[in-house]
Design a protein around this ligand. Structure first.
Ligand code: MEV
Length: 430
């Protein structure tokens, strides 16, 4: 049975009912996501094995984004975030993208790189060539550190050497270019870099210092594109204004930072939900946002296509994995990966890029039309109503009246509740 991501009415259910429906719609057994119940999630004991000096665990809401169609298949997307509106906005944008088939994604091979820094080589130019001549020897030495990776079709693909001038010095910097398959790959490439360092120093005729991966993972790219229907967006003027909004981000670093933050709202939420390293993905994204001329710019592009619809595209490094680390250890991350139904790290990377593009489009559309505060205010109003003591039946009325009066405040919520209850009491007394 295929996955269905068009789950209307999800928000009217309880969290437990939503879990069961999401699991069923993803073709899983109804209890497959029950580990997402805080009472069943990461135990203190499990946490104690993950990091040091553990004193507790942090609960972050996990929502399910609906309507996503990626490369012709529906997918339900788990998103971990503390920010209101993010999950709803992504689902909304995915609904608009569906009109023209959803998201198309591609990924490069899962290539990570590690750097080995050499200091004090007397002849850096010649040292570079000597290291390139030793490609076979260094490759064998590095691959010997991870026979399982090689067995699974990964391992060193290339060795490159760069000369990096800094003041009086010229550092010889060797890169191990490694296919890490379904791992995020930090451990694999760091182990290899440490293993080859001494020999690299000998060949280069210098002292090795740093041996570490680069988070500028520009050989491990994920790309997503989608056509957003002009009518569903609100008409041709909205399309034109979104293009202008995106153009400002391309031209102005102040806007680009916020524009890219909107993309990362979606990206980080999926990366976190699947137990991946959010900082690695963020470091990669921001380093990729630097144009060849050194300007910080936007990661995505928006254009009007020949039919007048909005064509959006996004490319960014996506160092995420499915094996090793928290993805395998954290029960919630495991359930999130099951919900996604992805079988390879590249499939996961493609979905993350699609969510980033959806999130970006949702923000731009809101900014180009009514602004983002209205959407935020309805969610904020819900929280105010709950804090004022509204029951689940009373919440919609309290929220609607506060929004209509443009007064989303605790005192107003309490007043509306008192009026509602007095009215209900009078009706019962009739
Ligand atoms: C808020 O978390 C994200 C936005 O600021 C992104 C944007 O401005 O594009 C709405």
């Amino acid at each position: 049975m295929g996955v269905h991501s068009r789950l209307t009415g999800l928000r009217d259910l309880s969290p437990g009912e939503r879990r069961a429906l999401a699991a069923k719609s993803a073709g899983l057994d109804p209890g497959a996501l029950d580990v997402l119940d805080p009472a069943a999630g990461l135990t203190l004991d499990q946490a104690d094995h993950m990091i040091e000096n553990v004193v507790g665990v942090l609960g972050v809401p996990v929502g399910v984004a609906t309507n996503f169609r990626v490369n012709g298949s529906d997918v339900l997307v788990p998103m971990a975030t503390e920010e209101p509106s993010v999950v709803a906005a992504a689902s909304n944008a995915a609904r608009i993208a569906r009109v023209h088939g959803g998201f198309a994604t591609t990924c490069s091979a899962p290539i990570m790189q590690a750097q080995v820094q050499v200091l004090g080589a007397a002849d850096p130019q010649a040292a570079r060539l000597r290291l390139l001549e030793a490609r076979g020897e260094l490759t064998a030495l590095a691959n010997a550190q991870d026979p399982r990776l090689v067995e699974f079709g990964g391992g060193v693909r290339d060795i490159t050497v760069r000369l990096v001038p800094s003041g009086e010095d010229v550092y010889v910097v060797l890169h191990l270019v490694v296919d890490v398959r379904d791992a995020m790959g930090a451990n694999a490439v760091n182990t290899m870099a440490e293993a080859v360092a001494a020999r690299v120093g000998e060949i280069a005729g210098g002292r090795t210092l740093l041996r570490i991966l680069t988070n500028k993972a520009d050989l491990r790219l994920a790309r997503a594109r989608a056509v957003f229907d002009a009518e569903a967006l609100g008409g041709p003027q909205v399309v034109r204004d979104i293009v202008h909004a995106a153009a400002l981000a391309e031209a102005d670093p102040y806007r680009a930072a916020t524009h890219n933050k909107g993309i990362m709202n979606g990206v980080t939420a999926v990366v976190l939900a699947t137990g991946n390293d959010t900082r690695a993905v963020e470091a990669g994204a921001h380093s990729h946002a630097v144009a060849p001329d050194g300007r910080y710019t936007s990661l995505s592009h928006f254009e009007r296509d020949a039919e007048g619809n909005l064509s959006g595209s996004l490319e960014l490094p996506m160092p995420v994995g499915l094996v090793g680390g928290a993805t395998k250890v954290h029960p919630v991350a495991r359930a999130a990966v099951r919900l996604l139904g992805v079988r390879t790290a590249s499939e996961l990377a493609g979905v993350v890029a699609a969510v980033g593009l959806a999130q970006n489009l949702a923000a731009l559309r809101a900014l180009a039309t009514e602004g983002i505060q209205r959407g935020h205010m309805s969610l904020h109003a819900r929280n105010v109503a709950v804090t004022a003591g509204a029951s689940p039946e009373e919440i919609p009325t309290v929220v609607a009246r506060m929004l209509a009066a443009k007064a989303v405040r605790a005192d107003r919520a309490e007043q509306i509740l008192a009026e509602l209850r007095a009215g209900a009491g009078a009706a019962e007394g009739d």
